[in-house]
Design a protein around this ligand. Structure first.
Ligand SMILES: Cc1cc2nc3c(=O)[nH]c(=O)nc-3n(C[C@H](O)[C@H](O)[C@H](O)COP(=O)(O)O)c2cc1C
Length: 346
């Protein structure tokens, strides 16, 4: 089951959401290796910072052949150099440019962009036209431009359906809709039905539904509730990076791939650690794994000892040692069925 976004064909309609501070290069590769991911994108990049060449932006924009097709997400407002930043991203390997129209965080939404773009639809459509035109010229029509938005700033301003339709006229190739209002931040429940109003408003571009997909079964449920043609998963993937593979099998065969055993999950964590060490500095490795072990731990039963050893590790070496012991201890639960389905590193 594939998904076409303009000239870009995704092998699966399942997308990893950008989650600032979490969906770094290592994690994107990890999810792709688990299987079922059609597209993963960088976290939001500030258009001015990338053009200035800020080291932090360069690190955030880093990609790799194992991270393809890779989207790069940019944010900025109507006065920012988003068209130039989009061309910059293409030169650094972006196969898709996504414009952030949903970030609710004050630092972004009060001045720089994100959800602020939902508040002046006309200005945002003009901005989209300029980005689309610049990208078209720079890439020779190879790279689609997409937008990721919320339903609107608040329930009095349900702008997503008309904005999506106008963005389509401006040349935007797909929209992702997170089914919450900006004022909700991440509270309450994502409204999948209202995502359906966006699906019905656009003429032909794909709508990608997003919000609260944490189990493989939620993927067809969101598609059914909204008519969306793709599904983006964020926080659910932090706990279960194998959700894409399970859901892709569900879409293809009608039954989800079985949940990996504790041993298989430990192998996945070990691979995450390895990828972090390969692609990021030692401080990021420790910081990331210390927090991520709690997310992973939620699906693994009694692993308090493992979590404690990760939290107190002074070096990645100690994390490896803890994992080796736990892998030995759980050898009996290794699942050939999970492994044989072809994760390249197994
Ligand atoms: C900590 C955090 C950081 C996020 N960073 C981004 C971001 O950089 N760009 C973006 O478009 N969305 C960002 N999001 C929103 C997610 O992409 C997604 O739309 C949202 O979490 C809802 O999907 P989920 O329920 O599957 O997590 C972030 C969400 C969280 C919780």
């Amino acid at each position: 089951m594939h998904l076409d976004i303009g000239p870009l064909r995704l092998e699966s309609p399942l997308l990893l959401a950008p989650i600032a501070g979490h969906c770094d290069l290592a994690f994107r590769i990890l999810c792709r290796e688990q299987g079922g991911v059609g597209l993963a994108s960088t976290d939001l990049l500030n258009s001015r910072a990338v053009l200035r060449g800020s080291p932090r932006s360069l690190e955030l924009a880093a990609t790799d052949p194992a991270d393809q097709p890779c989207g790069m997400q940019l944010y900025g407002n109507w006065d920012d150099p988003l068209p130039e930043a989009a061309c910059w991203a293409i030169d650094r390997g972006a196969r898709l440019i996504d414009i952030n129209m949903g970030c609710p965080v004050d630092k972004v939404a009060k001045k720089n962009g994100g959800s602020l773009l939902l508040c002046d639809a006309l200005g945002t459509v003009r901005l989209a036209e300029r980005i689309v035109e610049a990208v078209r010229r720079h890439s020779g029509d190879r790279v689609p431009v997409t937008a990721k938005m919320r339903l609107g700033w608040d329930p009095e301003h349900f702008v997503a359906p008309t904005l999506a339709r106008d963005l389509e006229s401006a040349g935007i190739a797909a929209v992702t809709v997170h089914g919450r209002w900006t004022v909700q931040l991440f509270s309450g429940k994502a409204d999948w039905k209202r995502i359906g109003e966006v699906t019905r408003a656009v003429r032909g571009i794909p709508v990608i539904g997003n919000g609260d997909v944490t189990e493989p079964e939620h993927v067809p449920a969101l598609m059914h509730a909204s008519g969306c043609s793709g599904v983006m998963v964020g926080r659910g993937a932090l706990r279960t990076p194998w959700i894409f593979r399970r859901a892709a099998v569900l879409l293809r065969e009608g039954t989800a791939a079985p949940e990996p055993s504790v041993h298989d999950k430990l192998r996945c964590i070990a691979r995450h650690l390895e990828l972090l060490e390969r692609h990021h500095g030692p401080e990021h490795v420790l910081h990331c794994m210390r927090s991520r072990i709690s997310w992973y731990g939620k699906t693994m039963g009694h692993v308090r000892d493992l979590k404690e050893r990760f939290r107190t590790a002074a070096e990645p070496r100690q994390m490896h040692a803890a994992l080796t012991e736990w892998l030995d201890r759980t050898q009996g639960t290794a699942s050939p069925q999970w492994n044989e389905r072809g994760v390249s590193w197994l």
